[in-house]
Design a protein around this ligand. Structure first.
Ligand code: NAP
Length: 292
């Protein structure tokens, strides 16, 4: 049994922490809005009132927070993880943040004899609920092997992809692919609707061919039903497309399709859709296509 501090019990963090508790680990959760710790407590975990309280005595610290500034604050801020964790503690950041920030934080952690892995995930809310996430890990091999049994509890495809920051680079590519998929799937549905096609029949047959995808399986019906409760918020995908376009610029490479999709995601957010699931990008694309 490992004592795990789990910081951030939102849409993804809550089911992940619950799986770890159900697997017999001592999970101490902290969430800024305390009510969100209730499912973890029901699953056999404990709720802490602060980051400091959660991290004290933990062998492993897991984070699942929205963005780079949130992770930086919780790690390096007053009463944060770096100030509280015992030397040798393994820190696993499941959040999706900038690769350069992940690498910098990992170096800062080493100075304190702490070991930080970037371990962003893919698979959505369903993947977190089913414990079938893809986890892309950046960091030292020994630290990866030490936490692998815990990662196997929440993930199905767990791959060490390189040094600190490399997990976030792969995740940025993941978000590019998912956003492009969503945008083109929305465009295809608008096209089919404009032709008066039988939409459920079209989705069924598209799913069986080369156009089939996990995105189509999870999101097409949401678009047909106009059911856009999150899931993965447009605000977060907007953040991720900012990460990938900035990282591409730094590397001196171009993402012509990704840049266009990033603009569409920004337009969706500007239209007030930021709190909805990223499948609501459909609404922005439907508006452009004259479909309501
Ligand atoms: P979420 O539901 O908004 O959860 C984020 C959690 O972080 C909330 O519980 C929030 O607390 C807490 N938080 C936010 N800012 C904080 C701060 N500055 N200090 C302390 N706690 C803070 O988001 P999510 O969907 O779980 O996403 C979490 C991460 O996973 C993101 O990086 C996202 O890109 C990534 N991700 C999400 C999905 C998905 O399908 N949702 C899939 C793969 C990866 P409050 O409750 O107080 O707001």
């Amino acid at each position: 049994m490992t004592t795990i501090a789990f910081l951030g019990l939102g849409i993804m963090g809550s089911p992940m922490a619950c799986h770890l508790a159900a697997a017999g680990h001592d999970v101490v959760g902290y969430n800024r809005t305390p009510e969100k710790a209730a499912p973890l407590v029901s699953a056999g975990g404990r709720a802490a009132k602060s980051v400091t309280e959660a991290v004290r005595g933990a062998d492993v610290v897991a984070l699942m927070l929205p963005d780079s500034p949130d992770v930086s604050e919780v790690l390096t801020g007053e009463g944060g993880v770096f100030a509280t964790a015992a030397p040798g503690t393994l820190i696993v950041d499941f959040s999706t943040i900038r690769p350069d920030v992940a690498a910098k934080l990992a170096a800062q952690a080493e100075e304190k004899d702490l070991h930080l892995l970037d371990a962003p995930v893919s698979g959505g809310e369903a993947g977190a609920a089913d414990a079938t996430l893809s986890i892309m890990i950046g960091g030292a091999k020994e630290a990866v092997e030490a936490v692998r049994p815990l990662l196997d509890v929440v993930g199905k495809t767990v791959v060490h992809v390189g040094p600190a920051g490399a997990g976030q680079t792969v995740k940025a590519a993941n978000q590019l692919i998912v956003a492009g998929n969503i945008a083109l799937m929305a465009e295809a549905l608008v096209f089919l609707e404009a032709h008066g096609a039988d939409l459920p029949a079209a989705v069924e047959v598209l799913g069986g061919g080369l156009a089939g995808s996990a995105v189509l399986n999870q999101k097409a019906q949401k678009m047909l039903d106009r059911e856009f409760a999150p899931g993965f918020r447009i605000d977060l995908h907007h953040k991720d497309l900012g990460i990938v376009t900035a990282a591409a610029r730094e590397a001196g490479t171009a993402l012509p399709v990704g840049a266009l999709v990033a603009q569409l995601m920004t337009a969706a957010r500007s239209a007030g859709l930021g709190g909805l699931d990223h499948s609501a990008l459909y609404r922005t694309i439907a508006n452009l296509g004259g479909i309501s």
